[in-house]
Design a binder for this molecule. Sequence first.
Ligand code: BGC
Length: 763
Amino acid sequence: MLNLSQKGWLLGTVALLLSACSVPPSGSSTSPQADARVEEILSQMTLEEKLGQLNLVVGDLFNTGPTVNTNPSDRFDEQIRQGQITGIFNIHGAEYLHRLQKIAVEETRLGIPLIFGADVIHGFRSVSPVPLAEAASWDLKAIEASARVAGEESAATGMHWTFAPMVDISRDARWGRIAEGAGEDPYLGSLVAAARVRGFQGEDLSAPNTIAACVKHFAAYGAPHGGRDYNTVDMSERLLREVFLPPYRAAIDAGAASLMTSFNELNGVPVTGSTWLLRDVLREEWGFNGMIVSDWQSITEMEYHGFAKDRAHSGQIGMEAGVDMDMMGATYLEDLPALVKSGDVPMELIDQAVRNVLQMKMDLGLFDDPFRYGSVDREASEIRNAQQLEAVRDMARKSMVLLKNEKNLLPLSKDTRKIALIGPLALESNKGEFNGCWSFFGQPGEVVSVEAAFREAMPASSKLLVAEGCDLYSDSQAGFKQAVKTAKQADVVVMVLGESAVMNGEGASRADIGLPGEQLALLKAVHATGKPLVVLTVSGRPLELSWLDENVGTILHIWTPGSETGHAVTDVVFGDYNPAGKLPVSFPRLVGQVPIYYNYKATGRMYEGDYSEHGSERVYRSRYRDVENGPLYPFGYGLSYTEFEYGEIRLDEPEMSMNGTLTASVSVTNTGKVAGEEVVQLYIRDLVGTATRPVKELKGFQKILLEPGESTTVSFEIGTEDLAFWHDDNTWYAEPGEFHLFIGTNSDEAQMVKFRIKDASAI
Ligand code: BGC
């Protein structure tokens, strides 16, 4: 039951929400003229032509799912002539796309242009680090710039649309697709989602160098049980709304032109058939008026979920739920004609879906000039130019996270006489792995390897020794002897160890998230030489690095950094760039702790002590018997070559009134010897609520650059809307009471002060 004062805030919140609703909805940037043109075309279309506009097929470049052979690629010409396809994805080549577009506009009755899409997830030919790595930069400008490069290069080849950003929150390192998102936090994830939409779409969707974004996978695809891809998702509406939905909403508010539904079911209903999610939440509550596409056969897969009785029924459910475009299912094209004729599917639903598709093509400018994107000339000059490569190199070094640096072994001097590079990923021959998952357009041969970059960076007077040691997966230790011999000859050893590209991404869940194959054994053998050792760890997910943390002094997590890997690595390793990346996701000590995340809830039986304690305290507490509760490396963690000292937190007011603000400030000083960047992080905890609140929630951050000895004051303004949470009646508001406010260098190491939101009656 709400008391009177609570009702007061509620009214305020509702008023706020209503005023927010008067902002034009996101998605289509339609002008009234464009709408009229869409209606005009729609009025001329036959049912078959309409359904053709809802049918999306894959090209011949690569597949990301099982292929239904109703649309083999050698029949595209004829299918286009017959108006059976709205567009093709994962296809490329400006000349080829031009030829197909010509058929669509010149040889079909209504001349409706095709849309060409692709999974441009982290760069096109200039490959950026995987999105999880990009998020580790906490640098929204760099992330936006990296998406812009991807958009420009794609558009230069005639592409109109990317299936990105993927904004699924994930707290599960086992899930292979954690690589494609921004990690575990809704606040950081939302800002990254919006930055990536801005990067792809720019100011004007119809500009020939921008492409349409597609926010995916709506919704909660990142929370499959057991971390196994495509698996069931079951979660409370509170968790959904407070943690999992915000990044989709942020991408939509940033103007994402389209959205993809996910494969998973959510609380018993496959999302692709969820009227509640697609119509009530997305369209009604959020005002999304862009285009909704299914994932690869996620409409027809509703039959296998046991939600549709057959394929035609799945098409009916998808259409009723509001999925406009059917990716690779062909059920709209083939099954809906009969269902429309029988009256089971109303024509108005089809018309609305077609309207959304045509509107997106209109917004892309395709009706004005179907050939505005891409040309053979642009393809030659607007891809992998110097600026683009510099942007992905910058992104790559900004993504790297220094996990340990005992005795300041890094940065290495370029004059080190002998450096040994050891490990499967050190080799020139394995450099293609650094393109990471979802890099279909990036050429393995175009990656700068670690080996090549070391050779480039080191003076002729120094020597580089290289040994593979073992391969990525097998159980052979045949190369160990040579690796150990090589290490013994060197002054410093740099090992490059980790996952291959295919160990991340779709269908790439792992139950063991340690270094694969014999790589840990190789590391132990090399470590035993006692040589100064730097380990560069490579992955698209948090790895289990406990042995390394206990035994190796220097660890730099480089993720899969993309085309400019080697250069970015040498920039950091030799100190031309001071690393400042911070983990966007917790690294567990043991995989058994997963899901592990910083914004957990308190239990009635918390335990903060030593896990090895054997007393009555140990029993009946929320803890493990064999490992402590906390992560190995917490969310927000990352070191620098310099050090930062934080002053005391100052609040301008110890209390704020409802709808008021307060400002928290802290001075930060670079106490080390080199310039460096720090991500100053602000967290809050709401101590008591009508629903329990997480022990910490990120509410702000600032990335600052300080020269040695320099200090600055970092201030954060917090409003009560930042402290609002979801209530069962679907309203958001903050509750009065006591809060903790933390500012620090990561989610674990932060100072705390207290403040209050005044009770409304005290105002
Ligand atoms: C993936 C999507 C991707 C689509 C098209 C699906 O298997 O889940 O993320 O966009 O394939 O390639």
